[in-house]
Design a protein around this ligand. Structure first.
Ligand SMILES: *Cc1c(COP(=O)(O)O)cnc(C)c1O
Length: 232
């Protein structure tokens, strides 16, 4: 995809304004929500145009692509977010590359990230992906699995669970998306009440190009926006 630097700048202004407007509409401060610019559609040179325009948080859904872009853009100040499924055999690649792994969807994966992180003497920041839409094809823990996962995660010193990540169901309209995002926030609040200070689940990664307003109204702290940045 070829897209000019000025078009990227213009799109970026629009995304920033739209996210600020969505915050304003529900009485949240504009800096309460961090934008993760998803660069999976474009090459490293195009991703760099976004960094030049001021974006600092970039997201990729595949660890190989994340690592490749990270190497090419190594001299840029970028926080890299892994937002897609992580296979256990890619954990050692992802751990040193990621500032936040959004998509932890199994206990085995959590344990692999823990051991790889301890081996590398780092503490990995992760989110637990929850399957809130109930669709069979979607990754993520069910709401009922979450207490057991948090209990088993509590002693793992190689990682810090910072919150939850979710996607609304395919083809659901704004009202249903809002309902699902509200359910994620309520789930987080219940887990916080149940586990107390052993976890700080402040982050809610939810909302994409089509449903960020609903996610922000429901309490998202991270929105993962891709296509809007690259509109022709
Ligand atoms: C691609 C992707 C996004 C961004 O989607 P857009 O609709 O292009 O904004 C967000 N989250 C995940 C998990 C993705 O894979």
């Amino acid at each position: 995809m070829q897209i000019s630097a000025w078009k990227i700048r213009e799109n970026r202004e629009r995304v920033r304004e739209a996210v600020a407007a969505a915050c304003g509409a529900c009485g949240r401060a504009p800096d309460a929500v961090r934008i993760v610019a998803v660069t999976k559609y474009v090459d490293a040179a195009t991703a760099k145009l976004l960094v030049d325009a001021g974006e600092e948080d970039l997201g990729e859904n595949r660890p190989q692509q994340l690592d490749e872009k990270r190497r090419i853009l190594a001299n840029q100040a970028i926080r890299w977010h892994l937002i897609g499924h992580l296979q256990r055999n890619k954990v050692r690649l992802a751990v040193p590359a990621c500032s936040l792994i959004h998509s932890v969807d199994s206990l085995q994966l959590l344990q692999s990230i823990d051991s790889a992180s301890r081996a590398a003497s780092v503490v990995s920041a992760v989110l637990l992906e929850v399957n809130i839409s109930g669709e069979g094809a979607k990754q993520g823990f069910s709401a009922s699995q979450l207490p057991g996962v948090l209990e088993k995660a509590a002693p793992l010193s190689g990682l810090r669970i910072q919150g939850l990540m979710a996607m609304s169901g395919l083809d659901c309209g704004p009202a249903e998306a809002r309902r699902q995002f509200d359910a994620v926030r309520e789930l987080r609040d219940r887990m916080t009440a149940a586990f107390g200070p052993s976890f700080d689940l402040a982050e809610l990664s939810m909302g994409m190009s089509g449903d960020y307003s609903e996610a922000i109204a429901a309490g998202a702290t991270l929105v993962r926006i891709g296509s809007r940045f690259f509109e022709p």
